[in-house]
Write a protein that binds this ligand. Structure first.
Ligand code: CDP
Ligand code: CDP
Length: 224
């Protein structure tokens, strides 16, 4: 396949990163988990003793931050200034505060520039909230993945259980709905389906089922 841009957006725990990673591997494209970048900045703020609600403090950290990725199984490995933070960026504390940090103008500007730089190098599957609307508005394929809140909480619950994380289904539902609300209502590049994105409701679909449906959409969009 020609090196195209595939944008996968959607609310929390819709399966974006799982699907994007499989697609990138099958197509031999680069996978970019933009949520991991916002999570890494949130973690960096905690490590520096800067409160997530301190916009000036978070902004001041940006010039000295280096976020890098390495391929890994089952998830891509993430490094903050050379130290692995793959697990640390998924903590309940980071998850609860990432929407505040990701709403800041300077944070979005820096991450959007970084994401575009990576995408300029070749075929890419990028997942996030504003990829189809803002980061890669000319992406050849745009998918908006959704699923019911109950199913998304259930998926995350199983994942957390497997990691030994102590969260309840009810807590996860509340946290997911809160984050979706904040992400959809922020001023700069909110979570929103791009006009030319294809919405795919994955409620009740297996991972394989979603991958197959997404591949059909790609084939239609690229006439292959
Ligand atoms: O994996 P999960 O759905 O829990 O979230 P994520 O993709 O890791 O994203 C974490 C947070 O980063 C989101 O809730 C947004 O606040 C922010 N984010 C964003 O603002 N823009 C993106 N392109 C990706 C993530
Ligand atoms: O990236 P995002 O937050 O949208 O979701 P994810 O981290 O890819 O997926 C959240 C969880 O749902 C993971 O544990 C996936 O294995 C699981 N999942 C699933 O059970 N069925 C799907 N169709 C998609 C994802």
């Amino acid at each position: 396949m020609n090196p195209i841009q595939i944008a996968i957006d959607g609310p929390a725990s819709a399966g974006k990163s799982t699907i994007a990673k499989i697609l990138a591997s099958d197509l031999n494209f680069v996978y970019v988990d933009t949520g991991a970048m916002y999570r890494a900045i949130t973690l960096a703020a905690f490590q520096a003793g800067v409160k997530p609600e301190d916009e000036a403090g978070v902004t001041a950290l940006l010039p000295d931050l280096t976020i890098t990725f390495e391929p890994g199984e089952p998830v891509q490995r993430v490094f903050l200034d050379g130290t692995e933070v793959t697990e640390a960026i998924r903590s309940v504390e980071v998850t609860a505060n990432v929407s505040a940090v990701s709403a800041y103008a300077a944070v979005r500007e820096a991450m959007t520039a970084l994401q575009r730089d990576i995408a300029a190098k070749g075929g890419v599957v990028m997942d996030g909230r504003d990829i189809g609307t803002t980061v890669l508005p000319n992406a050849e394929v745009k998918i908006f993945l959704i699923a019911s809140v109950a199913e998304r909480a259930q998926r995350r619950f199983k994942e957390n259980q497997a990691k030994g994380m102590d969260t309840t289904l009810a807590e996860l539902e509340v946290a997911i709905e809160k984050r979706d609300y904040l992400d959809s209502h922020r001023e700069i590049s909110p979570l929103k389906k791009a006009d030319d994105a294809v919405e795919l409701d994955t409620t009740g679909l297996s991972i394989d089922g979603v991958v197959a449906a997404v591949k059909d959409i790609i084939a239609t969009k690229t006439n292959k």
